[in-house]
Design a protein around this ligand. Structure first.
Ligand SMILES: NC(=O)c1ccc[n+]([C@@H]2O[C@H](COP(=O)([O-])OP(=O)(O)OC[C@H]3O[C@@H](n4cnc5c(N)ncnc54)[C@H](OP(=O)(O)O)[C@@H]3O)[C@@H](O)[C@H]2O)c1
Length: 254
């Protein structure tokens, strides 16, 4: 099945925590995280070398795991039509060269301010256009909302997003060859278990956060008796300023 190469990048404390507590979304800033995990330039270096054409991110970066979304107006459109991929030609022509910011949101929980439409670009972004992965369980009101906002979406699966199919669609329908994810927690765990990850770049900063439910690297169901851990090959290990470590791994595919 054709799919893009996928590199996952994550910033973690020495104990693998990705944020400070379950309800802390780093998107909205946290002074403790800013003080401890000061930007080191590693991410910018990865972007310059890897030149991703798309990102794939988890919905928990935008809303907390227990978030209840605001209700949406009823959908007037035909449900059969709503359950088709939505790739407006004008958006694809304009956005393909700038890249895609894709988000997995089968439950339709995120309401978007920055969509990538002219005048709605995220500050400091490279002009990537938002694209949402949905499934047959995604509420039709949400699909209608995405269409009203001119946000493209791709349907992949019935319940949770079928990640192999999602990546296949990115490759075959949008020509994405190099994909990056900066969601190394639950989404990273699902991508890794599905055998879709090629490289993992881990930036460790010198702190221990601890916690019981605090999001951590590659969170996934416990391994069954016959299941094997993902095997990694170390490509390089570099100490950076501020006590940061940059570990680059290739995922070994048997
Ligand atoms: N330090 C870092 O590098 C870093 C980076 C990003 C985020 N963060 C922080 O980490 C927290 C969020 O991370 P998280 O681990 O809680 O969540 P997450 O990585 O956003 O994972 C949740 C996402 O995974 C999807 N998902 C889960 N299991 C799946 C499966 N089996 N198949 C397909 N899709 C699946 C969910 O889809 P549905 O929505 O469809 O259910 C959802 O989109 C936030 O606090 C954020 O600020 C830290």
């Amino acid at each position: 099945m054709p799919r893009p190469k996928l590199l996952i990048y994550g910033v973690a404390s020495v104990d693998g925590r990705l944020t400070l507590a379950p309800d802390v979304l780093l998107l909205f800033g946290d002074e403790r995280w800013s003080a401890l995990a000061k930007p080191s330039g590693i991410y910018e270096q990865i972007l310059a070398e890897y030149k991703p054409q798309a990102w794939i991110e988890g919905s928990n970066s935008f809303v907390t795991a227990d978030h209840t979304p605001d209700p949406l107006p009823p959908a007037d459109d035909d449900p059969a039509e709503l359950h088709q991929d939505f790739l407006p030609a004008g958006v694809v022509e304009r956005s393909a060269p700038k890249g895609w910011f894709t988000v997995v949101d089968s439950r339709g929980r995120v309401r978007w301010y920055y969509t990538g439409e002219p005048g709605k670009e995220a500050p400091g972004s490279g002009g990537e256009h938002l694209l949402v992965f949905v499934t047959r369980r995604t509420p039709v009101e949400y699909l209608a909302y995405l269409r009203r906002e001119n946000v493209p979406y791709l349907l992949a699966g019935d319940e949770q997003v079928d990640l192999p199919l999602a990546l296949e669609k990115l490759r075959t329908q949008l020509g994405v060859e190099r994909l990056i994810s900066t969601s190394p927690g639950i989404l990273g765990g699902a991508l890794l278990r599905a055998g879709l990850v090629d490289e993992f770049h881990l930036e460790i900063f010198p702190a221990v956060i601890g916690g019981t439910w605090t999001p951590s690297l590659f969170a996934a169901p416990d391994l069954g008796p016959g299941e094997w851990p993902a095997r990694l090959k170390l490509l390089s290990a570099q100490a950076q300023g501020g006590g940061h470590l940059w570990l680059r791994y290739e995922v070994v595919h048997e």
